[in-house]
Design a protein around this ligand. Structure first.
Ligand SMILES: *[C@@H]1O[C@H](CO)[C@@H](O)[C@H](O)[C@H]1NC(C)=O
Ligand SMILES: CC(=O)N[C@H]1CO[C@H](CO)[C@@H](O)[C@@H]1O
Length: 246
């Protein structure tokens, strides 16, 4: 999806070199979408009408301009700048950033508390003790469980943990790994997020409240879950890149 967006942006960048200084106005967007509508496949038209109900796509094609201020993050997505007087768009350059975002986000979505509750911001407002130290529950899942596992079982050596995960992916998890890879589209973040919130409820939040002291009981029952999520993230990142780049 990132890549399709980048395609569209490169097209817009090309236009702006020719002379279109501003974004399309209401009519420009209306016209674009009106032209597209009769060209949609049956499946695409059905998907659009399922999402929009009785609303007409063309009349909503300026929606993104109206939410620029409500969704501040979206404003820079409307355009792309090239270095002054450079009338070529460096697609490869931006692919590098896309690769780094994708590789990071596929990791994050497998951290169970990156699909957490709104009011506690994924455990970021829940203070606990990790053994004797103060920590946020979110941080426990970002770092502490992995670090404690490395210290206790792998001689504080991340490479040994990686080797064991590699080995398990090709042995005890070999069948499951096939299922982890499965995705009929380019990427399947909805599947990973559904799993994530379930793991967050069943393991991360479970039995934890403000001020809880988390030690062996919690660590020993949770680190296998973390190992599994790390393995899933790695397998799925590779599968996603393989689908993208063939
Ligand atoms: C690897 O699999 C073995 C056997 O199921 C298990 O005991 C071990 O905890 C696993 N290690 C990791 C890092 O997943
Ligand atoms: C054209 C463009 O967006 N270039 C950027 C691609 O990524 C590099 C690395 O972050 C930036 O320095 C470029 O400005």
């Amino acid at each position: 999806m990132e890549f399709r967006k980048t395609h569209i942006l490169s097209f817009i960048a090309l236009l702006s070199c020719i002379s279109v200084a501003h974004s399309w106005g209401v009519d420009g967007h209306f016209i674009t979408c009106k032209l597209a509508q009769p060209r949609l496949s049956k499946a695409a038209a059905n998907a659009v009408s399922e999402l929009l109900g009785d609303n007409d796509l063309a009349s909503l094609c300026s929606w993104a301009d109206h939410v620029k201020f409500r969704y501040h993050w979206s404003s820079p997505l409307h355009y792309i700048d090239t270095p002054d007087n450079l009338c070529t768009y460096q697609y490869n350059n931006n692919l590098t950033e896309a690769l780094l975002f994708l590789s990071h986000f596929i990791g994050d979505i497998h951290q169970p508390l990156h699909v957490g509750f709104t009011s506690d911001r994924g455990g970021n407002t829940i203070d606990v003790h990790w053994y004797t130290r103060k920590a946020l529950l979110h941080h426990v899942w970002d770092d502490s469980i992995i670090e404690t596992a490395e210290e206790r079982f792998y001689d504080s050596n991340v490479d040994e943990l990686i080797n064991t995960l590699h080995k398990n992916i090709s042995t005890v998890w070999a069948n499951q790994a096939k299922a982890w890879e499965a995705c009929s589209k380019t990427a399947c973040p909805d599947i990973y997020a559904s799993e994530g919130i379930k793991v967050a409820c069943d393991w991360a939040y479970k039995g934890v409240s403000e001020g809880s002291v988390l030690e062996d009981d919690y660590f020993l029952s949770r680190y296998p879950v973390v190992n599994m999520r790390l393995a899933q993230g790695g397998v799925r990142l590779a599968a996603t890149l393989n689908r993208i780049f063939g």
